[in-house]
Structure formats: C-alpha cells, structure tokens
Design a protein. Sequence first.
Length: 123
Amino acid sequence: MDISRICLLKNKKMSKFTITLGKGFRIKFNNGFTLSVQWGSGNYCENQNKEWMGKVEFWESSDAEIAVIDETGAFISLGEDTVKGWVTADEVAEVIGIVQSSSTKEEIKEKMSKSKGYDKPWN
C-alpha cells in the first residue's frame, strides 16, 4: 500500500454506532457530528419517571430524547437546551438525515428549524 493511501485511510473519519447504558444509542457520521437518541429512565421521554431497569432485553418508548454533538464532543444548542425531548421515531429519522447531510452547526440548526413536526424552531 502506498503512503498516500495510508494517509487517506488514517485521516478518514469513520462512522460508528455506540450503545449507551442499554437505553439508547449514538450514531457518529463521517462529517464528525454525532446524534444521541435516548429513551430510558431520566431521559425526556415517556420513560422519564420509570425506575431504571438496568440491563434488559428490550426497553421501548413511543418517543425519545435527542442531542447533536459536534466533532469536539460539545453539545449543539437546540434552541432552549442542548437536548430535545419527546421526539417521535419519524422525527428521529428526519433528524438522522439532517445531521448526516450537514457540514456545519449552522446548517444543522437551519435545516432543523425548517423541518416538519416541531412546534418551534431549533436555533
């Protein structure tokens, strides 16, 4: 393998999935942004006040809490907070596309403010 190929592979960002305490996941995209989707005890979702069940086979919810994290690990403001709660599965799917296809924080915020299903812009 030549040196230019090694450098390319070394500098290429790799997307990945991470499970978080068995109550959600993070998905990191090649653009460096990460989307966190959580639906367990203590998260802003229908399970918020349920007792933590620890490791279980299935932990489900009709909604979830989401957060967008930049390349440095800093949470991106989603309006009034750095997380948004009670987000439906269809809205999460839309946000996945927004975060994956954006190049900057500003682009994410702009696309989210124009997305369907939100009662007020995320800015």
